[in-house]
Structures are given as C-alpha cells and as structure tokens.
Design a protein around this ligand. Structure first.
Ligand code: PGA
Length: 249
C-alpha cells in the first residue's frame, strides 16, 4: 500500500460471483478517494475473479500459508495469492489464531513469505476480553508484535500494515471507545519506536478493527494514532463500506 491511510474490507466467508457488483461499486468509489488506499480481502477462491473485475484496485486474501508449496491440503501460498491477482493479505486474524491454532511464531513465517513475494501483510493483533478485564492488554499485544514482527528489518517493517482488533469487539457490535483505541494505538507506536525508531513508528499504518460501522467510523478514525480500519461485516454492502471510507477523508 502506498499511502498511510487505509481502509480494508474483510469479507470473511462471504462472497460469490453475484457479489462482484459490490466489488465494482467499491472500486469505482475508491477512485475518488485520492488520499486513502482502499482494499478488499475476499475469500481465496474469489480473488482471481475480483482482481479481473477491477483492474488496478487492491484485492487481498484473508490468510496465507507459511510455506511456498507442499503437502498442505486446502491451503494457499503467497505465490498463489500473487498469481491470482492479490497484492495484500490479512495475517493472524483472531479467527485464524483461535480456530486454526496459529501461533505468533507461525505468523512470523507467514509474514516472511508475504514479503518475499511482495504481498503486503496486514498483521492483526488484539486481546481477548479476559485480558482486557485483567488490564494486561498492553503486555499481551506487545508480545504478539515481538514474536511475529521483531525479526524484521526496519525496511521490512515499513512494508507491513498493523491492525489492532480487540477480539471482544469483533462481530459483536461492541466497539472499543475512542479512548481505548487511541490508547492502544499510541502504545503500539511507542513500542515500535523503542524497538525500531520513532520515524518508523510514526510512518507505519495502524488500523483499528472491530465492529467499525458507518455510524462510528468517523469518531474512531478521528483518533490521532488510528490510520484507518479493517472492516468486517460492514464491508460487504458497498454503500455502507463507502460511507466508512469517506469517514477517513
Ligand atoms: P467486524 O470484523 O467489523 O465484523 O467486527 C472485523 C474483522 O474481523 O476484521
């Protein structure tokens, strides 16, 4: 992604050929947003058709395997994503971490494969409710960054996007407050500044995700350290998603 501001849609397991009309509508609206990058992460099987439907628009995957090829039934490699027309992919979404047991270590390898094949990884981090209630969310998320990202050089780090998605806010209709989002985003920037440099920490794009909707996007995107959003449910209908993108302008 070339710009710091980004709104990416995560269609999860939604989307068939008939929904390409939504992809076209979103891509067409995105042309009007010159200072904001827009992307749609669609199911792997839809990437090729979506990318062909909207040349020049960023289509992404939702996961990538940590190997380039091999006996991994059902999986998709970075090379395959690229070949299908994707330019980015989500890595380490909490649903993948929870239901497919993805560890911070395996995610580090996934990020490596993405960077080797010029696929921009959107690295997801975020704490479950129990950790938020215990008040240890900063340590929890810092560990996710440390174990999945700190092997990267400064230049490599600059080519990734981070998405902070508190698990308790995903698909629940319960968003983080602007205070909670800003506090975590500023904290993430501070740990990156310490590990890398303040220049890199301020350059990197940190998205907020978790029940971002047309009616709360403006407020969340107004936080100084929130550079955009990773949007699930509200990205499937073009009109809703376009309102959200507009909120970042
Ligand atoms: P949501 O999902 O916007 O539906 O909460 C966000 C995500 O899981 O990326």
């Amino acid at each position: 992604m070339s710009l710091k501001k980004l709104v990416a849609g995560n269609w999860k397991m939604h989307g068939v050929s008939a929904d390409l009309d939504q992809v076209r509508a979103i891509a067409s609206a995105a042309q009007g947003f010159e200072d904001v990058d827009v992307a749609l992460c669609v199911p792997a099987i839809l990437i090729d058709r979506a990318a062909r439907a909207v040349p020049g628009f960023s289509i992404g995957g939702q996961d990538v395997h940590h190997a380039d090829k091999g006996a991994h039934t059902g999986c998709t490699s970075a090379l395959m994503l690229l070949d299908a027309g994707a330019s980015l992919t989500i890595v380490g979404h909490s649903e993948r971490r929870e239901y497919f047991n993805e560890s911070n270590q395996v995610l580090a390898e996934k990020i490596n494969r993405c960077l080797e094949h010029s696929i921009t990884p959107i690295f997801c981090c975020g704490e479950p409710l129990s950790i938020r209630e215990a008040g240890t969310q900063n340590e929890y998320v810092a560990k996710q960054l440390k174990e999945s990202l700190y092997h990267l050089s400064a230049d490599q780090l600059k080519s990734i996007v981070i998405a902070y998605e508190p698990i308790w806010a995903i698909g629940t209709g319960k968003t983080a407050t602007t205070e909670q989002a800003q506090e975590m985003h500023a904290y993430l920037r501070s740990v990156l500044a310490k590990q890398y440099s303040s220049a890199i920490a301020s350059e990197i794009s940190i998205l907020y995700g978790g029940s971002v909707k047309a009616n709360n996007a403006k407020e969340l995107f107004g936080c100084p350290d929130v550079d955009g959003g990773l949007v699930g449910g509200a990205s499937i209908i073009a009109a809703d998603f376009i309102t959200i993108i507009r909120s970042l302008k």
